[in-house]
Every structure is written in structure tokens, then in C-alpha cells.
Design a protein. Structure first.
Length: 254
């Protein structure tokens, strides 16, 4: 398993597959290589790109170094871009979009940026409640709070709690605070938006909850280089087989 060492000494684990221009896939909250959408998506893109998937800090096989700062996660992604050859396309899911934007704004070698439903929307009281639960060591309740915030019904959350995979979710619950910091209370960072100079594509699902769709459209409108695309019938849990052709059309082949 290859790794890169970030600027603060944190080890970041990643996978590389396929051939072609470098493309890095960035997960959103509670996802990493072994649990999330990126491995299936990478399998559909590897015939066109050299696809990099990685575990964001605090997840999977990557390390973590306190204290957390958004700048440290930007350095993680920048280190991976450097390992990929110095430039790369970046495709993000959900709150990973805030990380992708921050990294592109930092001039870290992002050539194009695709964002699927970046959730820049207000979440009243979420930050305070999440901070309190994590400080009290109530990781399971923190995960449940996040699930409720993104719209999962209570009976589905109860089902997750009873499943064998719940312990793995509790283990990475502290990283929920990282995504919350990245999203800054649901506000798109105006400095990151203004600094974006590379082509961007903001994608939403036609069957997603209206707030997510509105947030995606607003993000596209706020980014000076962005276009917008809706995938009919898709939700926040987008089908990789539907998303992959859109990404192949957006990212250049060299």
C-alpha cells in the first residue's frame, strides 16, 4: 500500500489504479477507501485515468496529528497531488467539495475540479451539538446526529446502530468535526471561490433533497469558472455508473 507523508508528518494511505492523466477522488464525511463510493467509481474510471483514492486523515489506514486544521487536510491532498506528478484533476463527494475548493485555491496543482453536491447549507445547532457529543466521548450519538442531519429516518439510524459495521463508524466519528470545520457552518468560503481559476463542474442529483440541490446550484453560481449539471433520478448516494461518464467527459485526456 503506497503512502505519502504530509507536511506535519502524518502518513496518508492511498491506492493507485489505471493509466492516463492523474485523477484524485476525495471522499465526504464518514467515508474512506474501504467504506464509501470511491472504489466502485475508481473501477469505472481506471480505463481512462490513473485514479488515486485515499484515506483522509483520521480514517482507514491514514494517520492523524493533533490539532486539526483545514490547512493540514489541504497539505494532505497537496502531497498526494505531488506524488501523482504535480498536477491532477480532483473529483469530490459531498463535504469533500470544501476540501477540493480549498486545495484548488491554494494553488496545489489542481487542473480541474468536479464537485458532487457540496453541502453548503445551514445546519442550525449542529456544530454545537456535535462538539458536545464528541467531547463527552459519545461517538455513537455523534454518528447518529450526523445521520439525522443528512436526512436519514430514525428507523434507518436504529438499523445502522444494530449492524456489525457500527463500531467502524464510531471509530472515525471524531472526523465529523473535521468536515464540519471544512464546511464552516455551511458557508462557501468567498476567498476560495474568488481564487478558483481552473474549470469546475458542480453536479447534483435530480432526486436529491431540495436543500442539497439548491446548495449545489448556489455553489455553481458562486464559482467564477463553474458550470452546473443535474443527473436525473440520482440522489446524494449517486450511482457510480451514472457519474463516471460525466467525469470522463469533463476531465481532459492530456
Amino acid at each position: 500500500m503506497p503512502t505519502v507523508i504530509s507536511n506535519d508528518g502524518t502518513t496518508i494511505a492511498y491506492e493507485r489504479t489505471g493509466t492516463g492523466p492523474a485523477l484524485i477522488l476525495v471522499d465526504g464525511a464518514m467515508c474512506y477507501r474501504a467504506a464509501g463510493p470511491m472504489r466502485p467509481l475508481a473501477a469505472l474510471l481506471q480505463d481512462t485515468f490513473t485514479v488515486h483514492t485515499y484515506d483522509r486523515r483520521g480514517r482507514g489506514d491514514s494517520g492523524d496529528t493533533a490539532p486539526y486544521a483545514v490547512e493540514r487536510e489541504v497539505e494532505d491532498l497537496a502531497a498526494l497531488i505531488a506524488a501523482a506528478g504535480g498536477t491532477a484533476g480532483v473529483c469530490t463527494m459531498s463535504s469533500g467539495g470544501a476540501l477540493g475548493l480549498a486545495t484548488a485555491a491554494a494553488g496545489a496543482g489542481v487542473t480541474r475540479l468536479a464537485l458532487y453536491e457540496p453541502p453548503f447549507l445551514e445546519t442550525q445547532g449542529y456544530t454545537e451539538r456535535l462538539t458536545g457529543l464528541l467531547a463527552a466521548g459519545r461517538h455513537g450519538d455523534a454518528v447518529a446526529l450526523f445521520m439525522a442531519m443528512v436526512g436519514l429516518p430514525e428507523q434507518h439510524i436504529a438499523g445502522f446502530r444494530a449492524s456489525p459495521g457500527w463500531a467502524a463508524l464510531e471509530a472515525i466519528a471524531p472526523t465529523l468535526a473535521y468536515d464540519d470545520r471544512l464546511l464552516d457552518g455551511g458557508r462557501l468560503n468567498p476567498a476560495h471561490a474568488a481564487a478558483l481559476t481552473v474549470p469546475a463542474l458542480v453536479i447534483d442529483g435530480g432526486a436529491s433533497p431540495p436543500p442539497l440541490r439548491v446548495a449545489a446550484k448556489a455553489t455553481a453560481a458562486a464559482l467564477p469558472t463553474a458550470t452546473s449539471r443535474t443527473l436525473d433520478g440520482q440522489t446524494h448516494d449517486v450511482d457510480p455508473a451514472i457519474l463516471a461518464p460525466v467525469l470522463k467527459a469533463f476531465f481532459p485526456l492530456g
